[in-house]
Design a protein around this ligand. Sequence first.
Ligand code: 5GP
Length: 238
Amino acid sequence: MTGALLMLDFPVAERARAGMTSAPSDKTQDSDTLHRRGLMFILSSPSGAGKTTIARKLLASDEEIKLSVSVTTRPPREGEIEGVHYHFVDDAGFDRMVEEDDFYEWAHVFGHRYGTPKGHIRNALKDGQDFLFDIDWQGTQQLYQKDQQDTVSVFILPPSIDALRHRLEGRGTDSPDIIDSRMERAKAEISHWAEYDYVVINDNLEMCFAKVSEILNAERMRRTRQTGLIPFVRELTL
Ligand code: 5GP
């Protein structure tokens, strides 16, 4: 895997932000049209708690956020597409990326390695592009250490432990042994709930999704992210 393959393009940010860095004109503006810094929006949960569905809904409904596609040594599952769900690499490829300092963070999960490629993330954040990260607690801690101000983390809890097992079994993708080990791992993952900014219980998918969207939108309005406010307010108070 070369760095070039991991490059991300940012048409949404360019489109949404075009011309918004200059001092405000006499047109009215609201906070949606002012320049702002993007954020790194982390969704974590034990597997089976609905995080992937929520992530997909968010990506489909919100043009300003795009997925940070992770690199993994895990083999693709049926239907998974290179570059869309993950960048799939072998151990040697992953080693090379670690050596070349290509990762923001990486961790061992279920006997495989997963990592967040740096790509263009830093510059894109400046341009107002938001990124969605579907990563575990280890990755979350590392991203916080690297860039706390741009990071917003949400932990999704299942409504009960029985519901979680039921969902894992219902996926039909894993053997009973794997399901048992995922249940153990789920309990370990849940123990990190208090390290997150927000915690949402997924007892109803639509409501959980609405809450996650509200968190994202509110975080976009944080004063410190709205870098366009300074020239805007200067104009107001001239
Ligand atoms: P799966 O193999 O089911 O797609 O993912 C297994 C776990 O790895 C999930 O908990 C997911 O959040 C986590 N994961 C996926 N990508 C990354 C990554 O880039 N970094 C870290 N730390 N965890 C990841």
